[in-house]
Write a protein that binds this ligand. Structure first.
Ligand code: HXC
Length: 267
């Protein structure tokens, strides 16, 4: 066995219906593929239905299970509520919400327009809050348990220049995660977060580090273990966090970054 292999045993997520925002590409897709392998069904959402449809077909042919693609801009509450209703109509119940949709720019803050700043806040903090509120209200009304897993970054607590709207929004998502872990535990709802370090994806890396920048700022150089992450490593952690094996983990954020953020602090 090694870190590039799946960690949980077959069927560990059997019977779970898992909603992944931003599930059509990148890390959302990678986590979803492993959830399917472990027996889950998926709802994947993003703004691009054609991309989602293609991903859903690919996932179902390679991993089995059922994948429902639903277009949804998490910034629009009417779209979030319609998406949730369609997911419930198809599956009857959603057991896990993985809040993964995000938006980000690397830019000196003074060069961002107010609209650019608000766009990131809206996708990350407002979008996550709207999906969370919609799911949480439903679970509480139905007296059904649920699990939230939210994707944040370590600069939610360290802060970071040049990604200020993202840092502010992710700090908000972390506070949301911890606060609901306390308030909604009585309803059987758990809330946790994962803070991934550098995991290469086509979309985010080409957008955030275009052209030669990805070579110039080789992300592996900043990581004490000397490499970037493998998607399966993140998928293993996410699968554990949404499974019943982590039933006693609540209000936690788990960093998976090879020690990257501590290197910045300690060297
Ligand atoms: C500065 C920018 C910009 C950029 C757009 N804007 N791109 N400003 N730098 N690179 C401005 C626009 O000019 C506009 O402001 C406002 O932002 C809204 O832009 P739109 O294109 O209308 O927005 P929209 O179509 O809603 O697209 C949202 C998006 C897009 C965030 C711009 O990139 C997106 O959807 N990204 C999703 C995927 C993503 O970003 N993933 C990265 C997450 S990874 P004006 O004033 O002109 O109207 C991550 C990990 C952390 O966060 C990594 C740490 C380094």
């Amino acid at each position: 066995m090694n870190f590039k292999e799946g960690m949980l045993r077959e069927g560990s997520l059997k019977g779970k219906n898992i909603l992944i925002t931003g599930g059509g590409t990148g890390l959302g897709k990678a986590m979803g593929e492993y959830f399917l392998e472990l027996g889950a069904n998926l709802v994947i959402t993003s703004r691009k239905l054609d991309v989602l449809q293609e991903t859903a077909n690919e996932m179902m042919s390679q991993k089995g299970g059922k994948v429902l693609p639903l277009a949804c801009d998490v910034r629009e509450i009417s779209q979030v509520e319609a998406m949730w209703s369609a997911a419930i109509a198809e599956f009857g119940q959603i057991h896990v919400v993985l809040n993964n949709a995000a938006g980000n720019f690397i830019s000196p803050t003074e060069r961002l327009s107010v609209n650019a700043f608000n766009t990131v806040l809206d996708i990350v903090l407002k979008g996550t809050s709207q999906v969370t509120l919609t799911a949480g209200k439903f679970w509480i009304a139905q007296k059904q348990p649920g699990v939230f897993l939210n994707i944040v970054t370590t600069y939610a607590w360290t802060g970071s220049g040049y990604v200020v709207p993202s840092a502010a929004a992710k700090a908000g998502v972390l506070a949301l995660t911890r606060s609901l872990a306390v308030e909604w535990a009585k309803y059987g709802i758990r809330s946790n977060a994962i803070a991934p370090g550098p995991f290469p994806t086509e979309g985010a890396w080409s957008r955030l580090l275009p052209g030669d920048l990805v070579k110039k700022f080789d992300p592996a150089k900043k990581v004490p273990v000397g490499r970037v992450g493998e998607h399966q490593e993140l998928a293993n952690l996410a699968a554990y966090m949404v499974s019943d094996f982590s039933a006693y983990v609540n209000g936690e954020v788990i960093t998976i970054d090879g020690g990257e953020w501590l290197k910045g602090a300690g060297e």
